[in-house]
Design a protein around this ligand. Sequence first.
Ligand SMILES: *[C@@H]1O[C@H](CO)[C@@H](O)[C@H](O)[C@H]1NC(C)=O
Ligand SMILES: *[C@@H]1O[C@H](CO)[C@@H](O)[C@H](O)[C@H]1NC(C)=O
Ligand SMILES: *[C@@H]1O[C@H](CO)[C@@H](O)[C@H](O)[C@H]1NC(C)=O
Ligand SMILES: *[C@@H]1O[C@H](CO)[C@@H](O)[C@H](O)[C@H]1NC(C)=O
Ligand SMILES: *[C@@H]1O[C@H](CO)[C@@H](O)[C@H](O)[C@H]1NC(C)=O
Length: 532
Amino acid sequence: MRRRGSEFRRPSRRRIPNVFLLTLCGLLILLFIVLLSRENRNPTSRSVYNKRSYQHEKFIEGLNITDEMLSPNSVTRQLNDQISLAKAFLVIAKESNNLQFAWDLSAQIRNSQVLLSNAALRRTPLTTTESETAIRDMALLLFQAQQFHYDSATMIMRLKAKIQGLEEQVHSITEKSSKYGQIAAEEVPKSLYCLGVRLTSEWSKNANLQKKFKEKTASKLEDNNAYHFCIFSDNILATSVVVNSTATNSKNPDKVVFHLITDKVNYAAMRAWFTINNFKGVTVNVQKIEDFHWLNASYVPVLKQLQDSETQNYYFSGNGGDKQTPIKFRNPKYLSMLNHLRFYIPEVFPSLKKVVFLDDDVVVQKDLSDLFSIDMNGNVNGAVETCMETFHRYHKYLNYSHPLIREHFDPDACGWAFGMNVFDLVEWRRRNVTGIYHYWQEKNVDRTLWKLGTLPPGLLTFYGLTEPLDPSWHVLGLGYTNVDPKLIEKGAVLHYNGNSKPWLKIGMEKYKSLWDKYVDYRHPLLQQCNVH
Ligand SMILES: *[C@@H]1O[C@H](CO)[C@@H](O)[C@H](O)[C@H]1NC(C)=O
Ligand SMILES: *[C@@H]1O[C@H](CO)[C@@H](O)[C@H](O)[C@H]1NC(C)=O
Ligand SMILES: *[C@@H]1O[C@H](CO)[C@@H](O)[C@H](O)[C@H]1NC(C)=O
Ligand SMILES: *[C@@H]1O[C@H](CO)[C@@H](O)[C@H](O)[C@H]1NC(C)=O
Ligand SMILES: *[C@@H]1O[C@H](CO)[C@@H](O)[C@H](O)[C@H]1NC(C)=O
């Protein structure tokens, strides 16, 4: 269902075997040259050994290979080969969350290893009869592994992905541990909280501001010739950077319209900030999520699912008064609903045809108007794929032990990123994509398809409906890893995904200045709140 041709989903599959073959050829030629040059250097030895035995000797010297292992009839050799193949499949099976199969494999590996070590202890080769069952059982498993698409190209990619994943982990761990002391010492969001409070009081004091806001946002909100951007956020400073950087780099700021959706806590403050400050004349509208009455538990599965635990939470924290602490300020319920709002964009903007969705942890470096004329080939979501550099494929995010997932989704389909997405709302409505999302969200009531977050349901919802964009549109990883400086320079939208957000003290210093450029730290309100 809803799939594109295979050339779209697995562009790298056909390429890798070529690379593999080329490398193999290269290695063979190299080996040949090495052998030739060796022989030329020792012309006398040539008469002593014929070429074959010379080669043989060399191998044995280097690799500890016995005659037993080279014999085509050796059972030991067969078992050994099977074991090494099985070990590779074991890694992949674990990576793919196929735990049952991984367990079967490792049991069989142990079984074969016991046979081998018994034979080694008694110092006689294994016989066919005693190893027959083990070899057959293992062959069955290996065959099964091939049925799971664990072919060599996939295998190489997955092993690489594993290595890369480990590298990422190491990075983020060192990053975290080196800065951890600082987070503990300074409660950073305090200054952001202060900013919110001051802006809110400014808004309620100053009737002029409210009037000005109304005038500013009048005409273009529903004009489909304008460039519409949406941000769903409760972070004023971060949102300000996205708006400011987009405006600063826009060739046509008067055609740019920002639709900011926040929660009721930040609503007045957001409106105040974007009225006090002018960003090259771009239009900015602010709405609050509580005003969307259609966003209720009878329509939205996530809300229904949250309800039980949320009601408990509600009584637990006694969350009644208006005096919010910084922690409640980032109430996970709102946070998560603001996060899930991305699946309701056509409902949020009923008269718009195309919207660019931006996360609040990005900074824009280029003019983005060309995004609105990209040919989407009938797709709904224009996004940058993430499987090329970081090998993020579907099997990494979803539970492939679940029959529903296995049935519908290619485990090697390329993942893509939220954060800068072009959404064709006409196609979205026509294809009832929100309905698809509801279907999968309801199937996941027991959290067995995926655990957390919006990317996994996004991958399911937009499967076969995603148009890959040029990677320079959206450069990822600035919040957790080292990014190629050339990519950063070329990137239109830089994304601080990961823990090291630029507004936190754990932000990575080297990427912070790219974001800081768009904050006016001399602004009196930021100074009063100690934002620096
Ligand atoms: C070969 O085997 C011997 C003992 O069997 C061991 O000492 C030696 O390190 C091995 N050499 C290599 C290259 O594995
Ligand atoms: C919930 O949303 C649906 C449509 O999305 C709407 O018809 C219904 O009136 C809403 N219920 C409440 C209580 O607002
Ligand atoms: C969209 O999908 C949902 C759930 O799959 C379904 O209930 C609804 O009727 C569909 N709407 C349209 C307009 O097809
Ligand atoms: C994956 O799906 C299977 C089958 O429904 C389920 O038994 C298992 O618990 C799921 N795994 C996770 C980690 O949720
Ligand atoms: C917006 O960015 C510009 C350019 O970097 C900067 O000079 C300005 O101070 C910023 N404005 C605000 C309100 O942050």
